[in-house]
Design a protein around this ligand. Structure first.
Ligand code: AMP
Ligand code: MG
Length: 412
């Protein structure tokens, strides 16, 4: 049977980034930019006034005072027509271009109108260049201002608009179809009858997909019956990725692997040496329309915690790869076990745990968390993992761990 690391490598090797697509700025928030963008303008595009006031020549001030003739008024959006000469000023508003001849702007608060054409300036602190922002001081035309790979925050979206882009090429969120399988499943809104349980995996997996940066598409529940499975799996194969839950173990109604094979999804692996989650299935559907991109399909075991663990180990890295975040696999970190723990079994176990504050500092002065294994009743016990903020990785083999031993944990 494959090890977790071998299976993760197969996922990494077989999942590629989704093709970028063009979106409007209104749709771009939170997505990853897939192109580099150069400015097509100088910003600001002209020397501009930072204040409302009077554009003038600094040399006209004498002991911080001047009486000037107002020759023109320029508001933002207008262009000055007349150069400012000695003893002259142009009334100017914030953002408007500085007229030729002027080399500073006195603030309107430091001025008094004598009559319609004459203004007195009293501004002892005015200096040459004061209250003027120079053309191109923020960026020059041709400067690359946004690099591919950046996550699009609001400021970046504003900057894209400033440099002339109304659409952006982005690494779109992969559309991930989720299909729960099982004759026993009813919707959360229903009261289960004898033998039935509610479909918790559908909503759980949809939330996990969204948390990994994908766009979940919920396909509901397929009964354990070939026609229903075929129909809903075919619909799911329209998405960028398909996740199935249940039906991949060795029971008589575990039909998922054979129906996938019928639909041309070829198996990459089935079963990984891991607890919980051993029956996990992974395969690829070659897309006839685009031979370069094989579509990943995951068959997760039906028990909710098995599905959750397999999602963290295999599916999340696949979604991050589709998003072009190559460094997607979350590394494990070392932690100190907070209490004694007995591990039994020939498979490595991912056991839910809670980290304590970083209260242990090692010899390299790195803070190391203490981790407490939770009381947990196994792969069907979803409630039991609710307090967990990590999975503790115990290697295969029977071993009694004492409090204080170092273990690896996978943060959730
Ligand atoms: P399976 O992998 O189909 O053999 O299912 C294993 C266990 O998980 C069984 O106890 C199922 O009832 C349970 N199970 C399967 N699918 C779901 C689901 N969508 N939500 C909650 N439990 C499920
Ligand atoms: Mg089943």
């Amino acid at each position: 049977m494959l090890t977790v690391a071998e299976a993760q490598r197969l996922v990494q090797d077989n999942v590629s980034a989704c093709s970028p697509r063009r979106v409007s700025l209104a749709e771009a928030l939170g997505l990853t930019l897939a192109e580099s963008i150069a400015s097509d303008v100088d910003s600001p595009p002209h020397d501009k006034s930072v204040v409302d006031g009077y554009a003038m020549r600094f040399e006209d001030l004498s002991e911080g005072r001047a009486e000037l003739r107002v020759i023109e008024e320029v508001t933002a959006g207008q262009v000055p027509t007349t150069a400012v000469g000695g003893g002259e000023a142009t009334r100017i508003m914030t953002g408007a271009p500085i007229p030729d001849g002027a080399d500073c702007v006195a603030m309107v608060e430091n001025s008094t109108l004598v009559d319609a054409d004459t203004v007195t300036i009293v501004s002892p602190k005015l200096t040459r260049g004061r209250n003027i922002t120079r053309r191109g001081s923020s960026m020059r035309a041709g400067d690359v201002v946004l690099e591919a790979g950046r996550s699009l925050r609001p400021s970046l979206i504003g900057l894209a608009a400033e440099v002339g882009r109304s659409t952006l090429l982005v690494q779109a969120k992969p559309r991930v179809a989720i299909l729960a399988t099982g004759n026993e499943l009813v919707d959360a809104s229903e009261t289960p009858r004898a033998g039935q349980i509610r479909n918790s995996n559908g909503p759980l997996l949809a939330a996990m997909v969204a948390s990994a940066g994908g766009e979940p598409i919920t396909l509901g529940v397929a009964r354990d019956e070939r026609d229903a499975l075929r129909r809903l799996i075919s619909a799911g194969l329209e998405a960028d990725m398909l996740i199935l839950s249940g039906g991949v173990s060795a029971g008589v109604l575990d039909l998922v692997p054979s129906v996938l094979a019928e639909l041309g999804v070829h198996e990459v692996f089935h079963k990984v040496s891991v607890k919980p989650g051993k029956p996990i299935w992974f395969g690829l559907k070659d897309d006839a329309r685009d031979g370069t991109q094989a579509k990943p399909v995951f068959g997760l075991p039906g028990n909710p915690v098995s599905g959750l663990v397999c999602f963290e180990l295999f599916v999340r890295p696949a979604i991050l790869r589709q998003l072009r975040r190559v460094d997607g696999v979350r590394p494990t970190v070392a932690a100190r076990l907070g209490k004694r723990f007995v591990h039994q079994g020939d498979r490595p176990t991912y056991w839910p745990g809670v980290r304590d504050s970083m209260n242990d500092v090692n010899e390299r002065l790195e803070a190391r968390p203490t981790v407490m294994p939770l009381a947990w009743h196994g792969s069907g016990d979803l409630r039991g993992i609710v307090p967990a903020d990590c999975l503790i990785c115990f290697p295969s083999g029977d071993k009694e761990y004492s409090a204080g031993e170092i273990v690896d944990i996978l943060p959730l």
